[in-house]
Design a protein around this ligand. Structure first.
Ligand code: PLP
Length: 379
């Protein structure tokens, strides 16, 4: 395969060289952090330092951060155990209709266990505001789940304002934020949002797949999702994935070493959008995305899966919506009320600070060729 032109960073990001080095080192020094001899204690020390690094980037204390296997696990833990912790209040949950499947499917599973879930439809920009959220709260609401950055539109939801609205209604309602697409991609530390629970994932920021974390605000008590040897303060058993955790911390440090990463990412996204519009005038911008790294466009009349395949054959990687849809139409764009021809032709483009103008030019050329060749085939 020729060189990849990669514009699918919201699906996953390449492992940063710093993360790779840290992981290789951790894999060589294979001690179990629970072992009582020096080799184990040294592994435990490294996990402690890595926890401090990731917690520092989230703006929380190390004792409030629990390593998990992925963002999905963090979301599951937060929602299942958060709802359970507030069972005495009732069995009502509020979530936005544009959450990731890791949240929505968990809510659906809880519905099958007697919970009632209110799914809030977004406005045209893909956001749900504090007034709409407050209106959905009830005396039996146990938990609210709202993502920070939508993985398909790049919309940034007003989480901090929504937390304030929920806490003004009743401070006992737990607020969970899926910040998998927001970690190190939005300004300010995530703990500052005020949510009780915040889920993040390593592979979106240049760490390997197989590691995530859940921030649990001091004072919030969750039962473990996994029971066993009592690792992670007894709340998430399982021998620590020392190499993944080392890669996670190294990727965090590498991101923090690029203080201009958000501006650079936003600039390349704007450049790509203008190039794409020039190259393919019938392209519609569905969402420019408030977050620097994600936007959505549509080629009305085309099937996005076909366009993605044709681009893929040319070594250009974009997504026909979230990589987790597996061919189903996107619930997010459906919730935005996009007309059917747009809905069928939606493409998600996502960027990193390393994306270049040359790559954006190549994307625009490839999309023009793909649109022309498909148009000829269709007509
Ligand atoms: N939440 C959001 C918003 C996501 O975009 C994703 C992954 O795409 C997840 C959760 C799941 O994260 P992970 O792939 O680490 O399980």
């Amino acid at each position: 395969m020729e060189q990849l032109i990669y514009f699918d960073y919201a699906a996953t990001a390449p492992v940063r060289p710093e993360a790779l080095r840290a992981m290789t080192d951790a894999l060589r020094r294979f001690g179990n952090p629970s072992s009582r001899y020096e080799y184990g204690r040294e592994a435990a020390q490294r996990v402690k330092a890595d926890r401090e690094t990731v917690a520092g980037a989230l703006g929380c204390a190390p004792g409030e951060l629990y390593f998990t296997s992925c963002g999905t696990e963090s979301d599951n833990w937060a929602i299942r155990r958060g709802a359970e912790a507030n069972r005495r209040r009732g069995k009502h949950i509020v979530a936005t209709a544009v959450e990731h499947a890791a949240v929505l499917e968990t809510c659906r599973d809880l519905e099958s266990q007697g919970y009632e879930v209110t799914y809030l439809k977004p406005d045209k920009a893909g956001r749900v505001g504090p007034e709409r959220l407050a209106a959905a709260l009830r005396p039996d609401t146990a938990l609210v789940s709202m993502m920070l950055v939508n993985n398909e539109t790049g919309a940034v939801l007003p989480v901090a304002e929504c937390v304030r609205a929920v806490k003004a209604f009743d401070p006992a309602i737990l607020f969970h934020c899926d910040a998998v697409q927001g970690f190190l991609k939005t300004p300010g530390p995530l703990a500052g949002l005020g949510a009780d629970l915040v889920a993040v994932s390593g592979h979106k920021i240049g760490a390997p797949k197989g590691v995530g974390a859940l921030y649990v605000k001091k004072g919030v008590r969750l039962r473990p999702l996994l029971t066993g040897g009592g690792q992670e303060g007894g709340l998430r058993s399982g021998t620590e994935a020392t190499a993944q955790i080392a890669g996670f911390a190294a990727a965090v440090r590498a991101n923090l070493a690029q203080p201009d990463r958000l501006e650079r990412t936003a600039a390349i996204k704007e450049y790509a959008l203008s190039k794409l519009k020039q190259a393919v005038p019938r392209l519609e911008v569905v969402s420019r995305g408030d977050a620097p790294h994600i936007c959505a466009v549509a080629l009305p009349g085309y099937k996005s899966e076909v366009v993605v395949r044709v681009l893929g054959d040319r070594g250009v990687c974009v997504s026909s919506g979230s990589a987790c849809h597996k061919g189903r139409p996107s619930h997010v764009f459906a919730a935005l009320g996009l007309p059917k021809p747009w809905l069928d032709g939606v493409l998600r483009l996502s960027f990193s600070p390393e994306s270049t103008r040359e790559e954006a030019d190549a994307l625009a050329d490839a999309l023009k060729d793909a649109a022309d060749s498909l148009f000829t085939t269709l007509s």
